[in-house]
Write a new protein. Structure first.
Length: 313
């Protein structure tokens, strides 16, 4: 068997076009810098394995990547499934196994990459699931289009659906460690103001994005009560984060037009939660409403309305 080729799928790290769900925390430039750093680190780890390495980029990386020792290929058009299928079929058609990875899983180091390649010597496929339901790595020695067709990409069932289809094909499968990738605000260190407030994110029912602000000295105003500025900051992060979450990977820049905050009752010595809903999402303007509560969601302590300008593309 020929040695495996690691195919790294990545977009050109331009502000507003990559890691858009992290923009509320890092800003468009910060999210792009993080994407560039993770791509460079991923390529370094892949090269260190001694295996063949290819960057399959969007757009064609021949115009923006000059990393020595890396093959370059364009992803081309179509859905993520279409692009992954084309890359897998092309590499397998050249006679060697393929390891498909992204550039957002720091735990996928040279040792795990080598181990995945070794697993393909005795298995038809290898997968490293991701904690969000996707996968950080998919390795194949055989091709079948069903592994990439009609998959709910970016959803919580990508890995499980892929493993089920491999089982249906009757292929042998090695399942590796479940890994954390870097897509959501909770996956990275927060920007200074959010970190000062101690904010963190979690998913609620039906995948709702929730923001949590623990009670502590950093958010206290008068003794025993939350500072109004801390509550307002929490609400703004919730509104921006929810809108970016809804827009997904669409390249946009959001600019607040105005924000109105209504304080309903004093926040006391408890953790504070916030969530937002999108009242209107147009081509150029969005209206988002956010609410903050403590022990009872039905009794909010504050609410905010944010109008934002959307710059697409």
């Amino acid at each position: 068997m020929r040695r495996a080729r690691i195919v790294v799928f990545a977009k050109r790290p331009l502000p507003g076009r990559v890691k858009t769900r992290l923009i509320p925390l890092l800003g468009a430039d910060g999210a792009a810098r993080l994407a560039a750093e993770m791509l460079a680190a991923t390529l370094d780890e892949a090269i260190a394995t001694g295996l063949d390495v290819e960057l399959c980029g969007d757009p064609d990386p021949a115009g923006w990547c000059d990393q020595p020792g890396v093959r370059l290929a364009a992803q081309g058009d179509g859905s993520l499934g279409d692009r992954l299928a084309r890359a897998a079929a092309r590499v397998l058609g050249e006679g060697g196994p393929v390891l498909l990875i992204g550039a957002d899983c720091p735990a996928l180091d040279l040792h795990r990459l080598r181990a995945a390649a070794e697993a393909l010597r005795i298995s038809d496929a290898v997968i490293h699931p991701a904690r969000d339901g996707g996968y950080a790595l998919l390795g194949l020695t055989r091709f079948d289009p069903s592994l990439f067709a009609d998959i709910a990409w970016s959803g919580p069932t990508v890995a499980s659906a892929t493993m089920a289809r491999i089982e249906t094909l009757g292929w042998t499968l090695f399942v590796g460690d479940t890994m954390r990738d870097v897509d959501e605000p909770g996956d990275v260190a927060l920007p200074p103001y959010a970190a000062l407030l101690g904010l963190r994110t979690q998913r609620g029912g039906a995948g709702e994005l929730l923001w949590v602000m623990p009670f502590g000295e950093q958010v206290v105003g008068r003794p025993g009560f939350l500072h109004g500025g801390a509550i307002a900051g929490l609400l703004e992060f919730a509104a921006l984060g929810t809108l970016y979450d809804e827009l997904g990977d669409e390249p946009v820049t959001l600019k607040p037009i105005n924000v109105t905050v209504d304080f309903m009752r004093g926040g006391v010595e408890h953790d504070t939660f916030a969530a937002a809903t999108i009242a209107r999402l147009g081509s150029r303007v969005a209206n988002v409403e956010a609410h903050a509560w403590q022990q009872d969601r039905a009794k909010p302590i504050a609410a905010a309305r944010m109008n934002l300008l959307i710059r697409r593309g």
